[in-house]
Design a protein around this ligand. Structure first.
Ligand SMILES: *[C@@H]1O[C@H](CO)[C@@H](O)[C@H](O)[C@H]1NC(C)=O
Ligand SMILES: *[C@@H]1O[C@H](CO)[C@@H](O)[C@H](O)[C@H]1NC(C)=O
Ligand SMILES: *[C@@H]1O[C@H](CO)[C@@H](O)[C@H](O)[C@H]1NC(C)=O
Ligand SMILES: *[C@@H]1O[C@H](CO)[C@@H](O)[C@H](O)[C@H]1NC(C)=O
Ligand SMILES: *[C@@H]1O[C@H](CO)[C@@H](O)[C@H](O)[C@H]1NC(C)=O
Ligand SMILES: *[C@@H]1O[C@H](CO)[C@@H](O)[C@H](O)[C@H]1NC(C)=O
Ligand SMILES: *[C@@H]1O[C@H](CO)[C@@H](O)[C@H](O)[C@H]1NC(C)=O
Length: 457
């Protein structure tokens, strides 16, 4: 689920300690030379011919193979990544770390910690794979994370390589929600790693790379600023649980362009504390579409604003563009624009759900995250006629306000029976002469409400 918070902070100290204890032990027991003995190899000035064009001349190159990586897909290459990172991160020159093509590197959970001395490029041209499922996961290391970039400022991850989370055995765990296993104990630990998590990063760029089969979310940004994701691909089966493509939480100034995501949960999910996002020219599907939320869980505050999603295609998905909040909570979602979205056989192309609930027993509450100034324009294509193509279920106590719809052209796929739009407590207006379906259920004007119109954001 998009919102399932991972409380990394409280575990990070322990996690790092465990990791270094464990890693130190491995180094000693396997007699891997200390990083300093590799340092002399760190300045490989002439990159391999196939990289020459993509690397800047002024960059020092740190090839992980020169740091002892075997790259046979079986040997643990974590120490080589660690040594290369430490050398590049402390170098005075702009540096490029290379995981070269023709190799498969097995990487155990690892924290790449910044900030580094200069801008760093992480060039992935080969394949990086995770340990094969929970049984192979290093003991004593958190099962919530695999590759972590923490406090990196000015990092570019690029290349035409592949990052493979080896998720199959995690998805098969009986505790996963899609198995509906009645015998599973409610609190049974079902932790599964996020493939790549950026924490407190600034000025980050991800471009070109392919990521597949994450055990859980593929990429997650938390407390990051100034992020560009361009021309990447994410790929996991439609039935892989909780494999959100990109999750953004507590982050500002994020651009996600020109990428293709096919997975088993939200294509992009946007959590609390996210502002100034520009999502454009994405192809999503199969999956659960582009979602804001879920917000307001356990009566929490959620502020999300200035989000633009444009020129995207969403295929064979449960949802198209969705805003979901739990009952309770406060804050607001405001200034959101969905423009130029093509739907191909999507169950709920346009959906606001303020009654999000994973059990059958969520009670209605008197507070809610306010949803205000949401624009839907040029939303076209086909819907799966099981559900209304426009579904605006706003809170009973805090109505949605200033919703604008224009240029809708949504037709049922493979059926002549149309389903009528559904609105509940949704205020706003329809623009333009032609909308298919015509939406007659919006309430005009402004709602009467004693909630401050920014929901205290
Ligand atoms: C951000 O990174 C780029 C390189 O990708 C660099 O040129 C620029 O100076 C950085 N900006 C800031 C504000 O650090
Ligand atoms: C955002 O940050 C706040 C404060 O640090 C934290 O309580 C909350 O869980 C975070 N939310 C998400 C979605 O990461
Ligand atoms: C949109 O993204 C695709 C990759 O999915 C790319 O091939 C195409 O050039 C992009 N279009 C524009 C206008 O940038
Ligand atoms: C909204 O976000 C965009 C980036 O996506 C930014 O350029 C713009 O200045 C923001 N607008 C406001 C009013 O903050
Ligand atoms: C969306 O695509 C159309 C046509 O392909 C183009 O004219 C328009 O500028 C694009 N909008 C954005 C925001 O990229
Ligand atoms: C909550 O309110 C909605 C809208 O009034 C209603 O349809 C739903 O049945 C209520 N749920 C509960 C559990 O009372
Ligand atoms: C309503 O939304 C439009 C954009 O669709 C915006 O320009 C306007 O300022 C909003 N009105 C209010 C009262 O917030």
């Amino acid at each position: 689920m998009a919102t399932e918070g991972v409380d990394l902070k409280s575990n990070m100290g322990l996690f790092l300690m465990m990791f270094y204890l464990c890693c130190g032990f491995i180094c000693l027991s396997q007699g891997i030379p200390l990083q300093s003995s590799y340092y002399k190899y760190s300045r490989i000035v002439i990159p391999p011919p196939n990289l020459q064009n993509s690397l800047r001349e002024d960059h020092d190159v740190f090839n992980i193979v020169s740091y002892g990586a075997v790259g046979d897909g079986l040997t643990d290459d974590t120490q080589a990544f660690k040594s290369a990172w430490e050398a590049a991160c402390t170098a005075d020159h702009a540096s490029t770390i290379i995981a070269p093509s023709g190799y498969t590197f097995l990487l155990h959970p690892f924290v790449f910690t910044g900030p580094c001395k200069t801008h760093l490029v992480f060039q992935v041209d080969g394949k990086i794979i995770a340990p094969d499922g929970p049984e192979s996961w290093p003991k004593e290391i958190s099962k919530k994370l695999w590759i972590i970039f923490q406090k990196t400022h000015g990092l570019t991850v690029q290349g035409h390589g592949l990052i493979d989370g080896s998720g199959h055995k995690w998805w098969d765990l009986p505790c996963k929600p899609h198995h509906h296993n009645q015998k599973t104990k409610k609190h049974e630990n079902c932790d599964s790693p996020i493939a790549i998590r950026f924490l407190e990063g600034k000025n980050l760029t991800l471009t070109g790379i392919n990521i597949m089969n994450s055990p859980q979310f593929h990429i997650r940004f938390d407390h990051c600023q100034h992020v560009t994701v361009d021309s990447i691909s994410i790929n996991s089966p439609a039935n892989s649980p909780n494999t959100d493509g990109i999750h953004i939480g507590n982050s500002t100034d994020v651009i996600i362009h020109n990428s293709v995501i096919s997975n088993g949960d939200d294509c992009i999910s946007i959590g609390a504390g996210s502002h100034d996002l520009d999502i454009r020219n994405m192809t999503c599907g199969s999956g659960h579409g582009i979602s804001i939320g879920s917000l307001g869980d356990h009566d929490t505050k959620a502020c999300v604003s200035n989000i633009t999603v444009s020129n995207c295609t969403i295929k064979h998905s449960d949802n198209g563009v969705r805003i979901k909040t739990w009952q309770g909570g406060f804050g607001s979602v405001s200034a959101v624009t969905f423009d130029g979205i093509q739907m191909d056989t999507v169950r709920n192309p346009i959906i606001i759900n303020q009654y999000y609930c994973l059990s059958s027993s969520c009670s209605n509450k008197t507070s809610a995250v306010l949803i205000d100034t949401i624009t839907y324009s040029n939303i076209y294509g086909t819907y799966d006629p099981k559900d209304p193509p426009v579904h605006l279920a706003c809170s009973e106590s805090v109505p949605c306000s200033n919703i604008t719809l224009s240029g809708l052209d949504l037709r049922p796929a493979e059926s002549k029976s149309r389903v009528e739009p559904l609105c509940w407590n949704a205020y706003g207006s329809i623009l333009g002469d032609f909308n298919n379906p015509s939406v007659d259920c919006l309430l005009e004007g402004l709602p009467f409400s004693n909630v401050p119109n920014d929901g205290q954001c």
